[in-house]
Design a protein around this ligand. Sequence first.
Ligand SMILES: [Zn+2]
Ligand SMILES: [Zn+2]
Length: 464
Amino acid sequence: MSENPPVALQFKSSVQQALQAHFDSLCKISHEIWSHPEIGYHEHHAVQQLTEYIETSGYTVTRNFCDIKTSFLGEFCTGGFDPAQHPTVAVLCEYDALPEIGHGCGHNLIAIVGLGAFLAAAEVLKTAGTSAQGKIVCMGAPAEELGGGKVLLVESGAFSGVDYALMSHPAAVDVLEPTILSIDHWKAEFYGKAAHASCGPWEGVNALDAVVAAYNNVSMLRQQLKPGHQIHMIITHGGAKPNIIPDYTKADIYIRAPTSADVEELRRRVAACLQAGAEATGCRVDYGMNDLSYSGLMSNQKLLSIYKYFGENNGMRFMTLPPGMYGSTDMGNVSTTIPSIHPTFSIGDSHCNMLHTKEFRDSVGQPVAHHFAMKSATALALTALELFSNPQFQKDVRTEFDERRPGFMGKAPEGTDSTDGGDRSLQLPSGFNPGRRRSSRQFLIEMGLLKPMALEEKRGSIQE
Ligand SMILES: [Zn+2]
Ligand SMILES: [Zn+2]
């Protein structure tokens, strides 16, 4: 960052006043979302709260954005807006909950941080004249926990007219660049032959043994993995009755690693585990990944440095996470599409550091969490306003993106070893065929989550 203060510093008090004016309403919306948890692609109540408030505040809203029922787009642009000259900045809202736990990831706060930043930036733009020009959009991004909402939005062209994307996520502490791993989601199905477990087990080919053997293979593999390389596997169908030799079983597998090359290496190893389980038991295995893989996060450092300035200027204290705290987000896929940031903000309860727990859920519903969330909303709004008021900054952000994008494979966590492709001598078994990948929309349709061009009211578990 240059030695001069950011241009948008002049808007700080206007942003704070705007957020103050909306604060009670934002808290109410957050509480509504928090107390009515809805899982991915079912966030109708949340979307209603957010879109109604955007409309009531005088802004245009498109519902069913990109033919996704629980996505939306709120918009405001300055008079004489010209996309060739003026930037379009998106602030993203998430609002989906976790099954059973509810808002254990605090997406009720992401929703009001995004909404608040949008409203504050729009209100400044209304009176800024030529000192800040452009378009600000508030994009509703559903299903971060379960269904790759942003993967679908990217695929649907939601970001084609957008130049920059901003969002932040609640956590125990303020962190500029959380450690985000790439993640793949696989399904494996094992086919054997049913038989009566008492009368003629020798007639059967046991598909449960195949999936158990595969699981044990994966478990043994885990102890040889580098830090930051992870495999999670559950058996989702293990048979019908104990007295029937199962002829069909099914497993869900997530593969996480720092870079796409690391993930590629793990794919080969996991494929070998699955194949071996099938071969040892005489079963057939069919496996592959869906196209909802989450990429690593390519945080734009120029954008982060301005966000940091405005965050610290507003009482935030940025820290480095201890090693071993990893996560994954579909914001990774946005970050390699347009310049983006995804920092975390403190919820004011530093003892509550584990996301996806009941304790975190309870903390993100407290009034103090809303006050802390507004610090991040202030910094996001001012980061957007820096883009609207500083053409050189726009160029610098874009240049950094263009330089990093071609070689970006993900970012290795501090102190860990990552590979540039691993042991290529270990070939993929023949059953592994990346060509089986389907489009995200197609996959969601097959999962029963999407109808062609519309969302289905069914529940499914895809990815988190
Ligand atoms: Zn989460
Ligand atoms: Zn989350």
